[in-house]
Design a protein around this ligand. Sequence first.
Ligand SMILES: [Fe+2]
Ligand SMILES: [Fe+2]
Length: 364
Amino acid sequence: MTDPTARFDIAHLARAELFTPRPQETLDFFTKFLGMYVTHREGQSVYLRGYEDPYQWSLKVTEAPEAGMGHAALRASSPEALERRVASLKQGNVEGTWSEDQFGYGKTFEFQSPDGHNLQLLWEVEKYVAPQELQSKILSRPSKKPLSGIPVKRIDHLNLMASDVTPLKDSFERHLGFRTTERVVDGNVEIGAWMSSNLLGHEVACMRDMTGGRGKLHHLAFYYGTGQHLADAVEMFRDYDIQIEAGPDKHGITQGQFLYVFEPGGNRIELFGEAGYLHLDPDAETKTWQMSDIDTGLAVGGAKLPWETYFTYGTPNPLALDQHIEKFSHFGPGAPVDDPEVSAAERAVPDEIDHSRAVSGSPV
Ligand SMILES: [Fe+2]
Ligand SMILES: [Fe+2]
């Protein structure tokens, strides 16, 4: 249950760090295709921001042996709100440590989710101030829209893969004041939960890892605010061999418009078109989707979110993406194995066909 006195103590997702074994290609993805600005370099890391991100950086790309999420940080609504949320975590026996070692941010509390994700809370930030040549005439915009690719405005949300959704959801509700706007259940088992600290449908979501893995990243999302950009972006990705997983389409859950791709390091990135349903009603009940309605929940327009990746692949992953796809190609409900007609149809599909999802430009 959400502690009502904690509502709005967390303002929003401020930043996340992605690990990549292919740092230059990952950096090219975020700068050339998604138009993010580089604001800082340090060691094996590059710091980036979208043109409407308010702080020095929202994304840190760090070279590492495996893809995955280094950490994600939520900004509190005030110094007092930060202290309240840290006190709640400590009362719940969630251990953590304070540090102050990230470029552009101050004192930060680091702890782990019940599934082992590295999460952080902070208040102190350094606001981004553009040099004169990058200042926008639109005063609410911290910098000009760049002339590169299809530029994202800002970081949007985080989706964590977990061995068990429920304890992670409970922790966000109890300690961080999030409310669960929507969830998916299969009988008594929670398959997914979408949680919000503000008016958006979610700042953080959690999905059950069907492989039983723990503490993985499902995806990090960036915001366009305009659905047409997804149609433009998917053409760009197709032309330049960025692996597309699914979309563009519109989720029933959250009503957000989505496009999922894999950046060259192997992390799943979601591009969010229109923000979807805004939660203005302060005591709205959580909407619960049954698995029987999951097709509407996932994609109103009928796009198929592939079982071989969407429900099984997170980062870090024991297999490279193309190997993972091969291993899980027959995973999922109704997966054909012995039906002769289906086998014949499968044989008729040329091996070299350029499928519309999850196969082109596969990172090795
Ligand atoms: Fe998402
Ligand atoms: Fe999504």
